[in-house]
Design a protein around this ligand. Sequence first.
Ligand code: ADP
Ligand code: ZN
Length: 739
Amino acid sequence: MPRYARVIPDRAGDRALDYLIPAALENTLAPGARVRVPLRARLVLGTVVDVLDESAVKSPREIQEVIGGAPLIRPKLLEIARWIAEYYCCPLETAMACVLPQVVRGAEVTARRRNHVRILRRATEEEMAALIRKAPRQADALRAVMASTEPRPVAELAETAGVSESVFRVLERHGWVAVEPVEVSRDPYGGESFLPTADLCLNTEQGIALQAVREAVTNPDCASPFLLHGVTGSGKTEIYLQGIRHALDLGKTALVLVPEIALTPQTVERFKGRFASIQREVAVLHSHLSAGERYDEWYKIHSGGARIVIGARSAVFAPLDRLGIIIVDEEHEGSYKQEEAPRYHARDVAVLRARRENCAIVLGTATPSIESWHNTSSGKYRLLTLSQRVDDRRMPVIRVLDLRRASRGGDAVFAPQLLAAMEKRLAAGEQTILFLNRRGFSTTMLCQVCGHVCECPNCSVSLTFHRDAGQISCHICGHNQRAPKVCPSCRDPAIRHAGVGTQKVEDAVRKIFPAARVARMDADAMTRKDAYRLTLGAFKDGAIDILVGTQMIAKGLHFPNVTLVGIINADLGLHVPDFRAGERTFQLLTQVAGRAGRGEMEGEVIVQTFTPSSPSIQFARHHDFEGFVGQELEFRQQFGFPPFARMVLITVRSQVRERAEFTTQTLVRRLRENVPAGAVVGEAATAPLEKARGYYRFQTTLRGPAARPLATAIQMALAKMPLPEDVFVAVDVDPVQLL
Ligand code: ADP
Ligand code: ZN
């Protein structure tokens, strides 16, 4: 019988302490349990990582409390946390922290209770008559309670009976009813009902794909992960839905991951609608939930009350049992990578989880990541292809406009061909989406006389002009200041805004087409919680002609009446110092283009660019994914980039420049002394984003045939290297952002 528990207190890194298990808990306490333990003079929360028969500690202190009965981190997820800690080079405690949502982990929120009224003794007709004479309001209240078949909330009954809530307390004193607290769940979709939809009849390619998925769900033992490559509008979601149905039929559960930005009401509706009969067993985890809602959704899953979970990155840790299928939609999306410790990639964790839980996994996308595509060639993943749009609708025609030649009247945002196309849509009553991956009014405030550019005092980026607020602000740290009227450097009033942001696009559209109904969707316009839903609703209902937006409108949305998509500047992502720049541009253009022509009418896409011959633009234009990966893989292989090598990025930051630089140089030297064979350590260099939030940043990269040995070498080097005060090191395994 284990008598001791090894506990890592929260925020204690890897420092585990042994505690005595109270006698009453000896049989039940297991790894993964959340406990409250004494630490010095305080009580703190922690996680049990092991139970032991013996402990080397002389007289360990006793565990005070176990939170929530059964272990909150189930064994499979604890294993995954251990894997994350090792693979992504972080303390186990950091990995365990991300397995539980903070509301659950912090044990601060509790279930919501509301007083319900339950009937104890039904009044006879005579009793009721007497009560009506003596106390008519009590009679009304009692009648309302007797009329309901089950206990109901006091507030509701009071409303029905037209009496105040205190009347029920009087009834309780007289022994008619009991008033007692009942746990109620905060269901964010409680008030909504979803129209049930039926399975669609699949086309041949879909049929083949679904058959393979169903087989893997039934018999996951030797199934490898699927990469479902289907052009936008090819009906991938239908495969997900029917694959999930099959899992449910077998008594299993399903986990669906989508990028946060695609977790729209439309997406949720598609799943809740298809499974309308078990709507309450479809749990949704996303960042807009209140703490209480998140707590309830999580506990619903934990206690077996959910059969389908839909969520963004962190939902990969949803505590589902009997997993039958995991779906990762838009698997190529960079937002699956967490950009703070633990720097895990949810797609990769999902693949690992599927293996550990022995369930099927489908990675779906119109533009597979180079890594996943490579995995299909090496046999690690199995490729399923949907090459046609549903109903054989044609892919939209993509026209590339060379901005160098297009006659642009000075500052013009649109080339004449794009304007003409917009005009045509307005006249026909069709809708247009204008896409620009940069919010704000303009990118920089630039002095025409001395060339001064307003820069952020904390970060090495220029400030973006936001006309509505009359301010310039930093998109890295949020620094804000009034836009200057004269140049801060030479005092000339010729300071102007250069470059184009979404606000400026919106402005230009309104000026050119004063009668058009225009809306903008970006992080600035969507600060209110329901703004997103309202704007999308209005667009869907045809109350908006032209929608201007950032990434937010690029993903997963489905509007049949959109026949024109304009990409204002395709070059924005292209000239950044990142080996994935070309891949991202190709993906973005393809995704955005996929928004056009999703209905009966044919779609057109117009791409404005200064580099029309760039391969990512040309391949996207011809809908030629394989052509694109072909040349991209060649480039990656030639320069030894992933997927042909594994990469680790180390970023060192400090408020004192020299300290960051010196630490990076020392680290590089140490690493070079003991990296594994075949690995290469890069130079210590300033990061492309040299300064952020007041910290100077230096970087180095490691590349090698496998990630694990690199991580081990880094951990060993760091362990032997005490860091100066105010120097922080971030280790990013399989980095996605290289800035
Ligand atoms: P994707 O996820 O690949 O972009 P969707 O799953 O959103 O594509 O499908 C696009 C549209 O086609 C949706 O409206 C969907 O309901 C419809 N659809 C999918 N499969 C079929 C089918 N077999 N027959 C008819 N319509 C279909
Ligand atoms: Zn800044």
